[in-house]
Design a protein around this ligand. Structure first.
Ligand SMILES: Cc1cc2nc3c(=O)[nH]c(=O)nc-3n(C[C@H](O)[C@H](O)[C@H](O)COP(=O)(O)OP(=O)(O)OC[C@H]3O[C@@H](n4cnc5c(N)ncnc54)[C@H](O)[C@@H]3O)c2cc1C
Length: 231
């Protein structure tokens, strides 16, 4: 898809002829051509490549961050109006950050979640509709989504959400998306890097103090250093 999209711009041949050419061209040659294009600012063909992700067990805290992305992405999220959450069964009902997992407050966290769910169930039994009963649910409650996103937007999401400054759960989601893209389209997967990555912007543009605390700062420059060096 990407080969034909790029090649159409640079060839006298019709797209159908280019598809035929692509079928007869060794994959390494197609990949080499695409790699060269990926180094340029010609990015609109990237919008023609689309990935679908099935996401399970994401907290509403993280899903709310995900759905803030607006361009080149589309979401379907499990409804809390039509689906009544059920505390029975093996599936987890809520996410627990590591910081709550150990220490004196871990039991209190769990108790708070269970209490919210108990009141939610009570509300349903009392005839309060699911769309109103859900008001009692914590942000930790998990959710499922199907997401369709084009490659250009996925690169942008990786820029922001693979950064160490991103919140841990959405960062973990972005890492999972990258892992799946690497399986399906290895050539494209390697470009999914935080914005400081060598295949992306190549330097950090976060506040300098935050940069200094980042483990990647050992290997990647800050914009302040880059632009000072060029002066
Ligand atoms: C570390 C971090 C902290 C954050 N903290 C907060 C916070 O405290 N509060 C908060 O409300 N949000 C916060 N956000 C969310 C952030 O403000 C964005 O809403 C989110 O990252 C979505 O990204 P985007 O705007 O690039 O949208 P996308 O849809 O991913 O945009 C894709 C690209 O299109 C461009 N674009 C999109 N819409 C327009 C438009 N209308 N006009 C021109 N260009 C457009 C964008 O500039 C971007 O380059 C945070 C995000 C991060 C990564």
């Amino acid at each position: 898809m990407l080969y034909v999209a790029y090649r159409t711009c640079y060839s006298k041949k019709s797209p159908i002829e280019i598809w035929e050419e692509a079928r007869e061209t060794p994959p390494e040659k197609l990949q080499a051509f695409i790699l060269e294009r990926l180094k340029t600012g010609h990015t609109s063909p990237l919008e023609q490549v689309v990935f679908w992700f099935g996401i399970e067990g994401l907290s509403r805290t993280a899903s709310h961050q995900l759905v803030r992305h607006r361009i080149g992405i589309s979401f379907e999220q499990q409804s809390q109006r039509y689906i009544k959450l059920d505390s029975e069964g093996p599936k987890k009902m809520f996410a627990t950050p590591k910081t709550w997992q150990q220490g004196p407050l871990s039991e209190a966290y769990k108790a708070h979640m269970l209490k919210s769910f108990a009141l939610y169930q009570k509300a349903l039994q009392a005839g309060i509709p699911a769309e109103d009963a859900r008001f009692i649910l914590p942000q930790a409650v998990v959710s499922n989504l199907q997401v369709c996103v084009n490659y250009a937007e996925l690169l942008h999401i990786a820029d922001l959400r693979l950064c160490f400054r991103a919140q841990w759960e959405i960062r973990r989601l972005a890492l999972g998306m990258r892992r799946e893209v690497k399986k399906a389209a290895p050539l494209l997967g390697v470009f999914l890097q935080p914005k400081c990555g060598p295949a992306r912007q190549g330097f950090c543009d976060e506040p300098y103090e935050a940069y200094r605390k980042c483990p990647l700062s050992k290997a990647r420059p800050h914009k302040q250093d880059v632009f000072l060096a060029e002066d």
